[in-house]
Design a protein around this ligand. Structure first.
Ligand SMILES: Nc1ncnc2c1ncn2[C@@H]1O[C@H](COP(=O)(O)OP(=O)(O)O)[C@@H](O)[C@H]1O
Length: 170
């Protein structure tokens, strides 16, 4: 069974995947698989432009966890969408030397549920587990994800509303 862990940058994918790996889960990182599919590097946005269609097409399904902000585009059996309240997301992104524009873009994408919407365009909601990491430790998030993978926690999504944190026009 392939489980994707996706989310806006700063929601905790890397940290939680590392914890899950330490616990003995097989984890594959998007960053380690996209290299052959990079089309260009957008230096101003500190972003790599990837041929996503070809990456998805050529991705070999695996029994384990795939972590990365495009993981929901893969034919996963289950998808975990990590969430983080936009003001806290900003704090988590602060140490990354991102331009303010990129931080604002990520906070806004999180407030607008962009990754969740993309996930639900690809997967039925009974395969999706939305996890609000804002007030949970990495350990607690890993616990819940393991329980979801084992079928001990039901799928759930759609209960988060962060439209109050939209920064447009502020
Ligand atoms: N559940 C959490 N609670 C508090 N801080 C977290 C949590 N998950 C991640 N962090 C912190 O937030 C920052 C971004 O986490 P990271 O795992 O790099 O996110 P991503 O891989 O989604 O960009 C890191 O400094 C990390 O220590």
């Amino acid at each position: 069974m392939m489980t994707g862990i996706t989310g806006t940058p700063g929601t905790g994918k890397t940290s939680i995947a590392a914890e899950l790996e330490q616990r003995g889960n097989r984890v594959v990182r998007l960053a380690d698989t996209v290299r052959p599919y990079i089309i260009e590097e957008d230096c101003s946005r500190q972003t790599l432009v990837v041929d996503v269609d070809r990456w998805v097409e050529e991705f070999e399904p695996l029994n384990g966890i795939v972590e990365g902000h495009l993981a929901h585009l893969l034919p996963c059996d289950r998808v975990v969408v990590l969430r983080c309240r936009p003001d806290v997301l900003r704090e988590r992104l602060a140490p990354r030397d991102y331009p303010e524009e990129k931080v604002a873009e990520n906070a806004e994408a999180e407030a607008l549920d962009v990754i969740l919407i993309e996930t639900l365009e690809e997967h039925p909601d009974e395969h999706v587990f939305e996890l609000d990491t804002t007030d949970l430790s990495v350990d607690e998030c890993a616990d819940r994800i393991e329980r979801f993978i084992r079928g001990e926690l039901p799928p759930s999504c759609g209960s988060i509303d962060w439209t109050d944190y939209l920064e447009v026009g502020r």
